[in-house]
Design a binder for this molecule. Sequence first.
Ligand SMILES: NC(=O)C1=CN([C@@H]2O[C@H](COP(=O)(O)OP(=O)(O)OC[C@H]3O[C@@H](n4cnc5c(N)ncnc54)[C@H](OP(=O)(O)O)[C@@H]3O)[C@@H](O)[C@H]2O)C=CC1
Ligand SMILES: N[C@@H](CC(=O)OP(=O)(O)O)C(=O)O
Length: 341
Amino acid sequence: MKQYTIAILGATGAVGTQMLQCLDEQEIPVGELRLLASARSAGKTVEFRGQTVTIQEARPEAFEGCDFVLGAADDAIAKELLPEAVKAGAVVVDNSHAFRMDPDVPLVVPEINGADVAWHKGIIANPNCATIIGLVPTWPLHQLAGVTRMVVSTYQAASGAGAPGMQELEAQMAALGRGEELPEPRAFAAQLVSNLIPQIGGFKEEGYTSEEMKLQNEGRKIMHLPELRVNCTCVRVPVLRSHSESITLEFERDITLEEAREALAAAPGVKLVDDREAEDAHDRFPMPIDTSDQDLIWVGRVRRDISNPEPNRGITFWCCGDQIRKGAATNAVQILRLLIG
Ligand SMILES: NC(=O)C1=CN([C@@H]2O[C@H](COP(=O)(O)OP(=O)(O)OC[C@H]3O[C@@H](n4cnc5c(N)ncnc54)[C@H](OP(=O)(O)O)[C@@H]3O)[C@@H](O)[C@H]2O)C=CC1
Ligand SMILES: N[C@@H](CC(=O)OP(=O)(O)O)C(=O)O
């Protein structure tokens, strides 16, 4: 079997570290692995499949001879370095926002538009985490009845702000437990422990944030629905890992609750956990504590939208998924898997 030379740009971060585990879990045939990060991390070592790999400072020369590069660094670093990887002949799968809306770059969720990898010109983009988590269960319902409108509220974990976000929440929880003064917030705009922060990203059009607009803009591109209307509110919650979302969908055609539940139960990448009679809350509906460190989007609280004037034109549900895994690293490595075949 062919073995590939693969580099991870941002290999020491929340997403990059998870990518290493995903390469192993998805049995990607890795011949040589290059782990790239800032100069601060150069020289540190990481174990991969029994080998010790030394982290290198990310420079354009590091991409020479690479077959694939997985991007897990911020937008500015992605824009600076990833075109160099393409020039060196590598195919890039990038997690940042830098290239997602470029018309020459496919934006891919394998369960939805895996076929779009075919038209890449060197870069394939991995969507925003809240977008992936919301769209994976929306897609099978769209296939049944044609989604026209989504109303979404997200409950996004600290891990969405990377390793610094998780460290900040943990430090605040520990200080609170010891009765000490809380450290100054740095990763977030305000204290997160015992709080909710209703702003993720900068403010854009009509008071919506950049994170909220991603669900509409990226959702339109992924689902090939240029007219899709999305109204989204994104909230940071004091959960360490795994995003949750409340989603109401409006459809072109009627869809019964039974049809919706059947489609969700059969959908790839989805786990239906929706048993109102269950004795244990863990079996009644998805919760972020249960969905962390696994790849499925758990869906529950599936019900008719009783506010829709047409009785069978709206469905409301709740879903949770680990954004570092399916929202980022797992999805990127699944794209790599599609490329390798
Ligand atoms: N966290 C998440 O759930 C999601 C993140 N993303 C996106 O993935 C990307 C990575 O996010 P995340 O893992 O959370 O971020 P982290 O802050 O946890 O990690 C950032 C990574 O970038 C590296 N880096 C920093 N500066 C440089 C530099 N000058 N040159 C090379 N590498 C550098 C860091 O290396 P060092 O350790 O040496 O500083 C580290 O490996 C971002 O674009 C983010 O928007 C997308 C979806 C979800
Ligand atoms: N912004 C997301 C995570 C993320 O990095 O998204 P993006 O890759 O679109 O910037 C969050 O904070 O939960």
